[in-house]
Ligand binder design. Structure first.
Ligand code: GLY
Length: 401
């Protein structure tokens, strides 16, 4: 990790002091205003609200409400409001958020935490919309139906639907599920009902125990027997191999344990996040610009796509981790990622990329889906990282509660 930091701090010094370039946050906000204005227009054509997810073959692609990525565009609009203070973004964000109203009752997959926290959660925080409390608590109730007490975890995916049904799983849990806990923790704060928080703690503890390897890389999928709690198998769905380190999974774990520490102040979660940082940023296959290949063990490295979404998620988590620990290395790493993602190598030219901000993310190579394209969650975590960076640099908390 040290080599990366020393060399990149030097690089940043040259960039920041040498050329009088405008503040990187302001410059990114101005760019995002242009890009997301175009994407917003595309998502509201014919008076209908549609949810943009990516841009492929010259077309913006949209997803239905139940898709796991459906909350990120509304969330990006909220961050645009936070970054600019312009009410036009809040109005659009509110419309896109409330379009997801029915998701609070969805129980057949775990991603409702992402979907509702990024949209309703940000709206509640930024605008004090108390009517969103009910939606957040209802969503937590829906997510809690997926808790399997014998195993002590939330089941991520259904075992009898779609491609997952082919895998022979009984209770598949993916590392990504750590992200859905944010909504559970918040729902307990709002409602005073600790049931949600206790589920989140149980899930976090089991995930440390069963998802993590000795080197603090994580398996993607752990299949539990929900009747006995026994582990039936460990494998991947989106990584290069069962025992590889799928890049976004490592980033989800880093972010997930950072947020678990935010809500619980349990030192074990902080340590877990710090171990994951060590794994990621000392990995020999991590490029100097800190934007990982889609899997740290992809056999085709360096001739295989990067995954910008993983870098953006990690940057956002690192700003919070810096705020918690005051370890300057974490902020230096996050700043380097933001520098990289703001460069023409990853940030689209204005008026291109369908209005998405960033290029070069990977959805799932094993599923041949969304490879080397913009993804709405890469933009979401990039904007979130900018908010957190600005908060810290202005002397505030990275993540105001
Ligand atoms: N949660 C799904 C993914 O990260 O691709």
């Amino acid at each position: 990790m040290k080599n990366h930091i020393i060399c990149l701090l030097a690089l940043m010094g040259v960039i920041c002091t040498g050329c009088g370039r405008p503040n990187i946050i302001d410059e990114n906000i101005a760019n995002a205003e242009v890009q997301l204005s175009a994407l917003l227009a595309a998502s509201q054509q014919d008076g209908q609200i549609r949810i943009p997810s990516t841009y492929r073959d010259g077309k913006v692609r949209f997803v239905p409400k139940h898709d796991w990525v459906s909350g990120f565009f509304a969330g990006s609009l909220w961050y645009m409001y936070e970054l600019t203070g312009d009410e036009k973004w809040a109005e659009a964000a509110q419309q896109h958020t409330e379009h997801l109203h029915d998701i609070q009752y969805l129980t057949w997959h775990h991603d409702v935490g992402f979907m509702v926290y990024d949209s309703y959660g940000n709206g509640r925080r930024l605008k004090g919309l108390v009517q969103y409390d009910t939606v957040i608590v209802n969503t937590a109730k829906s997510l809690a139906t997926r808790f399997r007490p014998e195993a002590g975890v939330l089941q991520s995916w259904p075992a009898d639907k779609g491609w997952q049904a082919q895998r022979g799983w009984k209770c598949p849990v993916i590392i990504d599920n750590m992200m859905n806990l944010e909504l559970l923790f918040k729902a307990s704060e709002i409602s005073g009902d600790d049931t949600f928080k206790n589920i989140a703690i149980s899930h976090s503890d089991k995930t440390i125990l069963h998802h993590y390897r000795d080197d603090y890389s994580t398996w993607h999928v752990v299949d539990y027997d929900h009747e006995t709690g026994a582990i039936r198998g460990k494998c991947t769905a989106q990584g290069a191999a069962d025992d590889s380190a799928w890049a976004r999974g490592q980033a989800w774990g880093l972010y997930g344990y950072t947020l678990a520490y935010r809500f619980t102040k349990d030192e074990r979660y902080l340590q877990q996040a710090q171990h994951v940082v060590e794994f990621i940023f000392s990995h020999p296959n991590l490029p100097e610009d800190l934007v990982p290949y889609w899997d740290y063990n992809a056999p085709e490295i360096p001739n295989t796509p990067r995954d910008v979404s993983s870098a953006a998620i990690a940057a956002s988590a690192l700003y919070e981790l810096y705020d918690m620990t005051k370890n300057k290395e974490y902020k230096a790493l996050a700043d380097t990622i933001i520098e990289s993602l703001s460069s023409p190598a990853y940030r689209a030219e204005q008026g291109t990329n369908g209005g998405f901000i960033l290029m070069h993310s990977v959805g799932s190579i094993p599923h041949n889906s969304s490879i080397d394209v913009p993804l709405n969650y890469a933009d979401y975590y990039f904007l979130e990282a900018l908010v957190r960076k600005r908060n810290i640099e202005n002397g505030g908390s990275a993540v105001p509660m």
